[in-house]
Design a protein around this ligand. Structure first.
Ligand SMILES: [Zn+2]
Length: 223
């Protein structure tokens, strides 16, 4: 089984750097259409049974373009996804990297996130402020991991079972904090299949890039 990572589903603004993390909506629709054609079921963290015919779609950071562009397409194909939200920055923007990539990308607000929950989407934690978890004091890292879960659960009224390491940055200590906080799974930025993952707290994924042509996408999804 593959776990796919998306960031933005939108046309990149001309001034934006790292444009490859933007997948255009038309292209995204093709991705979902083909998953459907190949009878790959999009599953959430507690639905992983028949891995052979399943795929997990994850969206990092909780950008507003998810609800604007990705959600309508997913809805049309009856597909589900996990959205990793930066719990302290809802209704704000990518404060952690906007200067570096030269673009402010709006993040969804609580009302939008509650709507996604009501539509059957899963919300996971992507910390409170999107730090490098191995580069901040342990106490702060612990709060980023534990309190983001509490904030999300309090605001959304559902259990938050999944975590995603910002920048894919973690070590054994950080991983233990995630386990002890009560999460069931954590996702990395390392490439590979679900089965190749060391355990449930170092799950490998495949980042989807906007410049891929369709055969590349299919190749990555199938192999
Ligand atoms: Zn992120």
């Amino acid at each position: 089984m593959k776990v796919l990572t998306y960031h933005n589903v939108d046309n990149p603004p001309p001034e934006a750097k790292l444009k490859s993390l933007y997948v255009k909506p038309e292209k995204f629709e093709k991705h979902i259409k083909y998953l459907n054609k190949f009878k790959l079921k999009t599953v959430l963290s507690d639905e992983i049974e028949n891995r052979k015919n399943s795929i997990i779609l994850t969206f990092d950071d909780g950008y507003r373009d998810f609800i604007k562009n990705a959600y309508p397409i997913l809805k049309r194909y009856n597909a589900k996804a996990i959205v990793f939200v930066v719990a302290g920055l809802t209704d704000r923007f990518n404060l952690w990297d906007w200067e570096k990539i030269n673009v402010k990308k709006p993040l969804m607000d609580w009302e939008e996130l509650r709507f996604l929950v009501s539509e059957g989407f899963e919300i996971g934690s992507h910390t409170i402020t999107h730090p490098f978890l191995t580069k901040i004091p342990e106490k702060v890292a612990k709060s980023e991991i534990e309190d983001s879960k509490k904030i999300l659960e309090d605001k959304l009224g559902v259990e938050v079972k999944t975590f995603c390491y910002p920048y894919g940055d973690y070590n054994e200590k950080v991983k233990d904090m995630v386990i002890n906080a009560g999460y069931k799974m954590a996702f990395t930025t390392q490439e590979g299949t679900f089965e190749e993952s060391k355990d449930m707290f170092e799950i490998k994924r495949v980042t989807v890039f906007g410049h891929w042509i369709l055969p590349q996408f299919l190749w990555k999804v199938m192999l």
